[in-house]
Design a protein around this ligand. Structure first.
Ligand code: SF4
Ligand code: SF4
Length: 457
């Protein structure tokens, strides 16, 4: 007797061929793509005072952002910036839904660029579908090879640009031409290039559907007043085909002519008429598609539109609501804190490390000596001279330290320092304070305390 065969539970992902559509939101999307990609590819080439304007120099542990140099000690600013970014995302999601996904997310932006290249080499949606079904021929090979050439070149340039944020991009370019690139640099360039190629060329909507965590939790930020893209079921149903001359009311039809254009343009392959779905990235292509049909049929636009659940059920929408105030207030407080702390930031850091090998040394004439290593970090781009002093114990002094300590722009001066005090003032453990002050600006001051150890009585 034949054993029953187990049915496969696996269904492979069907390739989506999004149809090209013009319109208001398509223009907006193209503008966002060109602007954001332009910023990404151009920013590392900008110069600021003879250095790269934006550079995350990991080996030197310095981040350059235009005129600002951030050090590991400035990590709280970075943390604050990330919190502000996350909170802004919450705020705009609650206000306008998945605006980020549809117009600004790197996955959307790069996929859009890759689709342009696909359209350029393989043609329109129907031409691409036909080409994929056709057997291999010289024409098919030429078109596919041209697409791959564009995709791979663009991906490699993307990988190069990405690494250019972490290593000076002009030197990197020279190293590549001279075939003199380090192993890690090559690895990260190829890794990022390959990730772009795979995600934007092949994975596309699957990244949004299966990999992006934001798609999963953002529904928690939605409420009935959040802006969503929706099909107006009350106006559209019952759907059905008809001639332009037919009056839908008399024919007992709604405004949807069931042309499927909104489905064909959707980059995630869903049907907006089935209601709000987590796969929808709010790209608004279906709005452009449906508006073009409404124009042809002489119906009012907006069968598919930006709206809210409240508006769809004829209730009033409240833009100003409690959660918006909470997000906005928190954002204002955090932005205020960031701006204030950045403007009040002293552009010098002083670290004091006490020599752990010896507690103290006894010198002739009843003098007690402690040894320290001072690290003076000059956070501005120009060299600066500092004066160093110590206080806290009567008669305490520095030995052999110059009056002015010159520290290069963005440099760290590591300075061994001998501090001396008379025995009668130095018994036990005393608190001392090191203080540096910029010679050219008395407001640039930094103090750091430490311990001075002397003999017991
Ligand atoms: S349903 Fe409309 S808005 Fe959502 S992803 Fe598809 S085309 Fe874009
Ligand atoms: S594009 Fe508009 S009219 Fe055509 S199927 Fe979609 S909702 Fe209906």
């Amino acid at each position: 007797m034949n054993k029953p065969q187990a049915a496969s539970m696996y269904e492979s992902e069907k390739k989506i061929y999004p149809r090209e559509i013009g319109g208001r939101f398509d223009k907006l999307s193209k503008l966002a793509t060109v602007t954001l990609l332009g910023l990404f590819y151009l920013a590392p080439w900008l110069q600021w005072d003879e250095r790269q304007a934006i550079l995350f120099d990991l080996p030197a542990r310095k981040f350059y952002l235009l005129g600002l140099t951030l050090w590991p000690q400035d990590f709280p600013y970075l943390a604050l910036l990330l919190i502000i970014a996350a909170l802004s995302l919450f705020f705009f999601t609650a206000l306008a839904g998945r605006l980020w996904c549809g117009f600004a997310c790197p996955q959307t932006v790069w996929t859009e660029a890759f689709i342009w290249m696909e359209q350029f080499t393989e043609g329109t949606r129907s031409q691409r579908m036909k080409l994929d079904k056709a057997p291999w021929s010289l024409t098919k090979f030429r078109k596919k090879a041209s697409k791959q050439f564009l995709w791979i070149t663009f991906s490699m340039w993307t990988g190069f640009t990405f690494v250019g944020y972490f290593a000076p991009i002009r030197d990197l370019g020279i190293d590549i031409v001279a075939l003199n690139v380090g192993g890690w640099t090559l690895f990260w360039g190829l890794f990022y290039g390959f990730a772009t190629y795979g995600n934007a060329g092949y994975m596309r909507e699957q990244v949004c559907k299966y990999m992006c965590p934001y798609a999963r939790f953002q529904s928690a930020m939605f409420d009935k007043d959040t802006l969503i893209i929706s099909y107006d079921e009350r106006r559209g149903e019952p759907r059905g085909g008809r001639k332009r001359s037919v009056d839908p009311k008399k024919a007992g039809l709604g405004d949807c002519i069931d042309c499927q254009l909104c489905v064909q343009v959707c980059p995630t392959g869903i049907d907006i008429r089935q209601g709000l779905q987590y796969e929808c990235i709010a790209c608004a292509a279906c709005i452009d598609a449906c508006d073009s049909i409404m124009d042809k049929m002489n119906y009012p636009r907006g069968l598919v539109r930006y709206t809210t659940e409240h508006s769809l059920s004829n209730e009033s929408t409240h833009v100003l609501r409690a959660r918006m105030f909470v997000y906005a207030t928190l954002l204002l407080i955090l932005c205020g804190a960031l701006v204030t702390s950045m403007t009040m930031r002293t552009p010098v850091i002083l670290d004091v490390i006490r020599d752990r090998n010896s507690l103290y040394r006894e010198l002739p004439n009843d003098i007690i000596e402690n040894i320290y290593t001072l690290k003076i970090i000059n956070q501005i781009d120009d060299a600066r001279a500092f004066g160093l002093s110590v206080s806290g114990i009567e008669g305490i002094s520095l030995d052999g330290v110059e009056d002015e300590l010159l520290v290069g722009g963005g440099d760290v001066l590591s300075l061994p320092v001998r501090v001396r005090a008379q025995r009668e003032s130095a018994y036990g453990v005393g608190e001392i304070i090191f203080r540096i002050e910029a010679v050219d600006d008395a407001s640039v001051v930094m103090a750091e305390d430490s311990r001075f150890i002397g003999p017991t009585r």
